[in-house]
Design a protein around this ligand. Sequence first.
Ligand code: PBG
Length: 327
Amino acid sequence: MEMTKRPRRLRGSMTLRKMVRETRMDKASLMYPMFVMDGENKVEEIPSMEGQYRYTVDRMGECLQELLDTGVTSVMLFGIPAVKDEVGSQAYDDNGIVQRALRYAKEHFPQMYLVTDVCMCEYTSHGHCGVLCDHDVDNDKTLELLAKTAVSHAKAGAQMVAPSDMMDGRVAAIREALDEAGFTNVPIMSYAVKYASAFYGPFRDAAGSAPAFGDRKTYQMDFHNSREGIKEALLDEEEGADIIMVKPAMSYLDMVAKVREQVTTPIACYSVSGEYAMVKAAAKMGWIDEERIICEMAVSAYRAGADIYITYYAKELAKCMDEGKIG
Ligand code: PBG
């Protein structure tokens, strides 16, 4: 057989395979989404996300310590307030759940990098991501409240803010408000390419944020579209987003790859609650190898072009990186 090119030649041993890996990753790029709730001395497991919990502020240290022990150094905080209202006032209350969690984490875990999800849906009684006008979210009125929320987070110690509401113009509004308040150095990671997705199901269960009526299709993107995703990414970059996010991950890696070619910012990719829940459920049934599946999912996100990977499996992946299974 005359064959000069044999791709198998580079697959002959583990050492060689590792040597020629095209995708490298580091624990520093992992971010863990974490739920904090009002109340005292409680850690509650989320039913549809086995192994994930909601923490009261006085118990969140347990989770932060575990993360640091495995080398995960950034978290994204989601708040679950005790009371919700029409205008989501707990979102921008300086004494709200996320603000208190930030002050606690900043004081007790200064090594942890604190990012906050900026949105209204966990705080509104109707579960939509902004204030309503009739039965739809009023874009421009919502901008003011998002900007107030971001500033309130920064004042409480957020080192980065991540708007996930999908209102038009929110990056510019938040940037302007942060700058005016003196937070010119707080970056914005924009959930720019965020689809209306059934993959968020378990999250809404975790945060009690399912919309009371209708859905999020008038603000989150239609999953049939990819050019529209590029448009969202470019607009947000122009408005001053420092990092562009694509979400969900697994079914949207085409968008990670496409956006990578269009923007100059780092790209974050969020493997969402539904992806976690599917893997957990199948693993529990003994139908898949959980560790190998999560490694494959993570590497594929980086291979597509992600610089940051946001995942409920951050700790497990950090261990896999330490053990040289990936990375
Ligand atoms: C808030 C928000 C959501 C998620 C992140 N930020 C829910 C939604 O948009 O309905 C989903 C995260 C996940 O599913 O893990 N808007």
